[in-house]
Design a protein around this ligand. Structure first.
Ligand code: SF4
Length: 633
């Protein structure tokens, strides 16, 4: 099954991996990729995006249940998997089914149902599975609604969407069940397939088993395994079960990762009971949209990923899309080894250009949209002529801000702006592209030391004083874990600091003073004398910025109120740390929405992993303010 973890010496890291959706975004329009992945502009989330998760989640929960253990009316949670936190290789912890020996797997602790109620034909199995689907679907639908409601970038209206589409969504789960039962029935016709006898005696459990309520390394016969005779419906249900993402696992927690670490993807269904590898992809749709154009390549990418993660020996023998809205199963042409190698070359070049390039220039991502194609239900090509030219812009998230879009609208440009509706106070706003908070300083190092940092005093950073002249000094904090320092760096060394940011410092023994923060893009070099570009002590004061921009999207995280602002000159992240209380101080009753034009007053710039971001300050004497821009200003 999938290689879940990157090689230990993976030099690339998951954040530099390519996924199908990135490659598809680039194919639809390179500029779209630039907006999304370079500028970090996020499109809106309509309720229909959540529907796909609900359908797939409910279907997977049904397939995971065991008819010999789970009654048709048992609560949805009955067969939930025990989870543990694992590092996903990018330093983030994700929830995955537990591999610990003391994990409490449901199939080991639930009393089997009487054999007399085990489904023993298609009709009984369908009734059981659909009853399970109803239980699971309500749960998944509620999860989908909650996660949509928590999404700060949600757009549309859930209630009207639910009225129009909820029943359809449940029908799609039923359709998926019927497709899976076709597999179960095929399995019965094939007498369980080539591994059946071994399975019966507990000797056929793959390294990555399908989620089935049992531990990964379970090696006893299954509860419904018979000792002899024809394969039963329960046995076929267990044997035919494909691998899929455990529905309790976190998002993208079970991705397959290329052995070289540059590509990743998450399969929907991997059927293995025939001894061959068949990958099926579930779509909660009719397949009539333009997205259908990219699906063959998505499935081919899965075939490539499987082959590449299985020593280039195991070829996928079937690719299929389940369009549950029709419902129909569509076979996708299988790539042969030459086609896989061609795909590898193309994806590797894309990976090189998109993920390994340090700096992306907008001009390298032209606004050249691919034609928009229409499809018949089931993802079949239609005779309708593709819409070419800039037709794709009409449905693009970036249509109003993209310089190549015919639908572009004017954006704020900085300059003098009124600050609040009720106030005539005007502030001078800096165009985003002109935000440059860095200074260059020349001076002599004094008392370098590792110092535990406020507020937790757990992290240590290098701190020192830099003497610029008689009675002229600044405190320097090098906010890097492993800073590159010249070998002669020591007390008394003369240095030049490049790309430092001026901040206000306070310490009990020093009082208020000027502090220079060195971060990701800063550097220190040995120098012998002052030069023209070096800042003078008298000019050092923390910069703060006023901005007139539109809110393109939000990016709230735990403890962070985040947004991405755009004006005619560029985009920038604006964030405020400190939870709801601080955010309320910043907003004072204003509920910003995507697309609002705002005036931001008094934000500080910071170097965050080499990118300039703005931060709000909410203190006793001063608060950064964010207000809607007054109309007709
Ligand atoms: S608006 Fe048009 S040109 Fe711009 S990114 Fe979208 S599709 Fe491409």
């Amino acid at each position: 099954m999938p290689v879940l973890d990157p090689p230990e010496d993976d030099p690339i890291g998951p954040y530099r991996r390519l996924s199908y959706s990135q490659s598809d975004t680039h194919r639809r329009c390179p500029r779209m990729w630039y907006h999304r992945y370079v500028l970090g502009l996020l499109g809106g989330t309509p309720p229909i995006f959540a529907m796909g998760h609900a359908v797939e989640g409910a279907l997977n929960r049904v397939m995971r249940d065991c008819p010999a253990l789970v009654a048709s009316d048992a609560p949805s949670e009955t067969f939930d998997s025990p989870l543990d936190e694992y590092d996903n290789g990018a330093g983030n912890m994700v929830l995955r089914p537990s591999t610990h020996s003391d994990a409490k797997w449901p199939a080991l602790r639930i009393m089997p149902l009487p054999k007399s109620v085990w489904p023993n034909n298609r009709k009984a199995m369908t009734e059981w599975a659909k009853a399970r689907a109803e239980r699971h679907f309500e749960r998944e639908w509620n999860i989908a609604r909650e996660s949509w409601e928590e999404d700060p970038n949600r757009i549309g209206d859930w209630d009207s969407f639910e009225d129009a589409r909820k029943e359809d969504a449940l029908e799609m789960v039923y359709a998926g069940i019927e497709f899976h039962l076709d597999e179960v029935e095929d399995c019965i016709s094939a007498k369980g397939g080539p591994f059946f006898e071994n399975w019966r005696i507990g000797k056929h459990r793959p390294k990555w088993p399908a989620p089935d309520g049992l531990p990964y390394n379970y090696s006893k016969p299954h509860i419904c395994a018979e000792s002899e005779g024809e394969i039963t419906w329960n046995e076929a249900w267990e044997v035919a079960r494909p691998w899929f993402c455990d529905p309790d696992a976190g998002l993208f927690a079970l991705s397959a990762v290329h052995p070289e670490g540059w590509l990743q993807g998450e399969y929907d269904l991997v059927y293995r009971w025939t001894g061959e590898i068949r990958i099926h992809d579930v779509k909660a749709s009719l397949g009539t949209s333009d997205f259908s154009f990219g699906y063959p390549e998505q499935l081919a990418t899965y075939a490539y990923l499987w082959w590449a993660t299985h020593e280039r020996r195991e070829m996928v023998t079937e690719l299929e899309i389940w369009y549950l809205g029709v419902p129909v199963r569509k076979k996708i042409p299988l790539p042969d080894e030459d086609a896989l190698l061609r795909l590898e070359r193309r994806l590797k070049i894309l990976h090189q250009n998109l993920k390994l390039t340090e700096k992306h220039l907008e001009r390298n991502f032209p606004g050249t949209p691919a034609p928009v194609r229409a499809f018949l239900p089931g993802g079949e090509f239609s005779d309708v002529e593709p819409k070419v030219g800039m037709a794709r812009c009409e449905s693009c998230d970036y249509q109003t801000i993209c310089s190549d879009s015919p639908l572009e609208k004017e954006l704020p440009t900085g300059g003098e702006r009124r600050f609040a509706v009720s106030s005539q106070a005007k502030v001078n706003c800096t165009p985003i592209s002109e935000i440059y908070p860095f200074v260059t300083l020349f001076g002599t190092v004094r008392e370098p030391n590792m110092v535990k940092q406020w507020p937790t005093f757990e992290k240590e950073y290098l701190e020192f004083f830099l003497d610029l002249g008689p009675n002229e000094w600044v405190a320097v904090v090098v906010k890097k874990d492993d800073p590159e320092l010249p070998s002669e760096f020591e007390h008394g060394a003369m240095i030049r600091i490049k790309r430092g940011i001026v901040a206000s410092g306070w310490r009990k023994d020093l009082g208020n003073h000027i502090r220079i923060d060195l971060s990701f893009s800063s550097s220190i070099e040995i120098a012998t004398s002052s030069k023209g570009g070096d800042a003078r002590f008298a000019d050092l004061r923390p910069y703060s910025y006023n901005i007139n921009a539109k809110i393109f999207n939000f990016d709230h995280r735990e403890n962070k109120w985040g947004s991405r602002l755009i004006d005619s000159s560029g985009t920038i992240a604006f964030q405020l740390w400190g939870g709801e209380e601080k955010a309320n101080s910043l907003l004072e009753g204003y509920s910003p929405e995507r697309g609002d034009e705002v005036v931001l007053v008094g934000a500080r710039a910071k170097d965050q992993f080499g990118k300039i971001v703005l931060e709000g300050r909410v203190t006793k004497n001063f608060s950064t303010r964010l207000r809607p821009a007054p109309e007709n200003d």
